[in-house]
Design a protein around this ligand. Structure first.
Ligand code: ADP
Length: 682
């Protein structure tokens, strides 16, 4: 088949079955976008990878896909469909709206022992299952654990996993994973047992949950590896003796002395307050066929139940598999096991939930993937109602905060961190804090009041300099390399303002139409001494082209008259809300990735942040009240990408700053954002 046709079909297939929205994350290989499966109406995450960019890493992606096909567990992110073209791979995955466990930890500083236990039991459950299937994960860290809408954890990123042919007891040689979480035997390049190395990483993870920082950390990788191989870390005074003991059992330098996952299942610390071992077997075993889902599919596809069952049982991870698994997921959450009669673009989203206005559904989101068909243009009402954007407030029935997903009323706090806690994280002027990262303070305190873990002290240091891991990722770009952003802006609501004796102009408002933006630019042109910053023209024109072509397609192919009518209703029902979003900061509920400020003027907060970013060598583009930030490494590579958005909170009525990491090392990001926010004195 000619390459072009294959390519076309792959992208077509995605667009035929899914609506694709904005980027929600990116990793070493992939960009991940929010999507919606049209037939079931379920939200999904779409991991997009360019084969060319993958290069030698392509086998890792294949490995990840194969592993995910073989794993089905309540605490592992489910793979629904794989679409491969000659140039791209799309993985359609279970969507986890709560973000990374990493962000949750840093937002709360650290977690209580009780809350840690809820999460840790889920991690043990997932890992016991992974190991029982013969796999080692080998890249366990809080960035690879996502929080779902019920506040339960889902493990992702199996790109580094291994399934030794002779079973998990067989030794592995490949050294991989993130240095700070890597076991000593891995760093030294010795043969190692995958499950034992995973237990070490789980220990580092447990420490990070309980303390909010890493047990082994250093900017100098040689020093870091030495620390890991000596296995010495400090136990801060707030750790209970039980926690100290468990950490010590997990972070044993000698893998043979390390506790096993099997022992963790009913370890006294793990079962405390539960009095039951961790439930690790799969609640959705592979191969199980649900009759309700088959019936619904058979009716929809106008096929016999038997042939529908046979089709599903092929487990091809095509659209049939996706429909079945998404129906199963709906059923699991108590939603009706129903498919839409035919693909429609807009139905069960109520205007308030929809967010995406039909009229401008296809305005461009932000980047270069040819598959983009839209971008969620949030209306404030949508944000308020949206469970996946306000995890802290969400009150799901049934399973949240439960041991391994079971009922537990004790953990309400888990889903709803107190305002005070969040305030504690928020660097305010009153705190008098300047640029010192919060965790640094905490570590300093910890060093004053810690006790070193004793049992590893005896470890010989003879072979501590044998390292095979690559150095840790480069921290935030140095001044020398950072690209200075000349385009300092003022607030979106003022067309031109004097800031420090210099006049600046505003960027077009977020979500505005092309003509609106053109008008705005014309206005600006007439102002003297004005620097204008917009998204690059190339990007914008391309985006609009794509938006247009998408629009035509939708209008012609997907919309029936009924849907077009509904579009009008939606637009008529929400005009003021829409205007509100365009002209001012979004109104959102407090959630854990929002830092509360003590201020009530969003423009002032925005200006304060804008004035600090160049100082911190952070390059940015501004879209309304959202700042898309980047730092650069030595060879002009983006080392970090994140968003800061100034928004309005309702209770308490203050200005907040929403943060989202899109790319880069999680701990470096944490330090940088803390630094920016504390230096901004907001
Ligand atoms: P890579 O394999 O390139 O490292 P990941 O699988 O780690 O990519 O995904 C990158 C980021 O995208 C994650 O850290 C997370 O923030 C986001 N992400 C990935 N999968 C999902 C998902 N299923 N739901 C929500 N966000 C996701």
């Amino acid at each position: 088949m000619p390459v072009e046709r294959t390519e076309h079909r792959g992208a077509d297939e995605l667009q035929r079955y899914y609506e694709v929205y904005e980027t929600i994350g990116s990793g070493g290989f992939a960009k991940v976008k929010l999507g919606r499966h049209i037939l079931t109406g379920e939200k999904v995450a779409i991991k997009i990878m360019n084969k060319k960019d993958l290069g030698d890493d392509l086998p890792r992606v294949k490995l990840e896909i194969e592993a995910m096909k073989n794993l089905s567990h309540q605490h592992i992110c489910r793979l629904y469909q794989v679409i491969e073209t000659s140039t791209q791979i799309f993985m359609v995955l279970e969507y986890c709206p709560g973000g990374e466990l990493f962000d949750y930890i840093i937002a709360k500083d650290r977690l209580s022992e009780e809350e840690t236990r809820v999460f840790f039991r889920q991690i043990v459950s997932a890992m016991a299952y992974v190991h029982s299937q013969g796999y080692a994960h080998r890249d366990l860290k809080p960035e690879n654990l996502l929080i779902d809408e019920d506040h339960n954890l889902k493990l992702i990123d199996f790109g580094l996993c291994a399934k030794p042919k002779g079973g998990l007891g067989y030794e592995l040689m490949t050294c991989c994973g993130s240095p700070a979480y890597a076991a000593p035997e891995l760093i030294q390049g010795r043969a190692y047992i995958g499950s034992e190395a995973d237990v070490w990483s789980m220990g580092v993870l447990l420490f990070a949950l309980l303390c909010g920082y890493l047990p082994f950390d250093d900017e100098n990788c040689v020093v870091l590896y030495r620390k890991i191989m000596r296995g010495k870390y400090d136990n801060p005074q707030w750790l209970t003796p039980g926690s100290v003991l468990l950490l010590n059992q997990m972070m044993q330098v000698d893998p043979k002395r390390r506790v096993t996952v099997r022992h963790l299942l009913d370890h006294p610390w793990v079962i405390k307050d539960y009095n039951s071992p961790v439930e690790w077997y799969s609640r959705q075993p592979l191969g199980h066929i649900d009759e309700d889902c088959i019936t619904e599919m058979a009716v929809n596809m106008k096929r016999a139940r038997e042939s529908t069952t046979a089709l599903v049982k092929e487990w091809r991870y095509d659209h049939t598999t996706a429909i079945y698994l998404l129906l199963l997921s709906k059923k699991g959450r108590g939603k009706p096991v129903r498919l839409r009669p035919e693909p429609t673009f807009c139905d069960d989203f109520s205007p308030s939930q929809r967010g995406l206005q039909m009229g401008d559904a296809l305005h461009f989101s932000e980047d270069e993937d040819a598959v983009i068909v839209g971008s969620l243009d949030f209306c404030s009402e949508y944000i308020d109602d949206c469970p996946w954007l306000s995890v802290a407030q969400h009150t799901p029935q049934g399973v949240r905060g439960q041991p391994d997903g079971m009922a537990n009323n004790k953990d309400k706090r888990l889903a709803s961190p107190s305002v005070e806690k969040r305030r504690a994280y928020s660097p305010t002027p009153e705190s008098g804090r300047k640029t010192a990262p919060r965790h640094q303070d905490r570590r300093d305190r910890a060093h004053e009041q810690t006790s070193e873990n004793k049992e590893n002290i005896a470890v010989q240091e003879k072979d501590v300099d044998v390292f095979v891991l690559p150095p840790p990722r480069t921290p935030v770009s140095s001044k020398k390399n950072a690209r200075h952003n000349k385009n300092v802006l003022t607030t979106p609501n003022d067309n031109a303002k004097v800031n420090g004796g210099k006049t600046y102009a505003v960027t077009p408002k977020g979500g505005g139409s092309a003509s609106k933006e053109r008008n705005k630019r014309t206005e600006i042109k007439e102002l003297p001494n004005v620097e204008i910053m917009t998204f690059s023209p190339e990007r914008r024109s391309r985006s609009l082209d794509m938006a247009d072509s998408g629009k035509k397609k939708r209008g012609g192919k997907v919309f029936g008259s009924l849907e077009r009518g509904l579009d009008k209703v939606i637009t008529m029902l929400t005009p003021s809300k829409k205007r509100g979003v365009r002209d001012g900061p979004r109104k959102i509920k407090a959630q854990y990735n929002v830092t509360l400020t003590s201020q009530t003027n969003p423009d002032q907060v925005l200006n304060q942040i804008l004035s600090i970013l160049p100082e911190k060598n952070v390059d940015f583009t501004q879209k309304g009240y959202t700042l898309k930030c980047q730092t650069w490494g030595d060879f002009g590579k983006v080392t970090m990408a994140f968003e800061l958005e100034v928004c309005l909170l309702q209770r308490p009525e203050v200005v907040g700053v929403r943060r989202q990491r899109l790319k880069g090392d999680a701990w470096v990001y944490k330090h940088l954002v803390e630094d920016i926010l504390s230096t901004s004195r907001i």
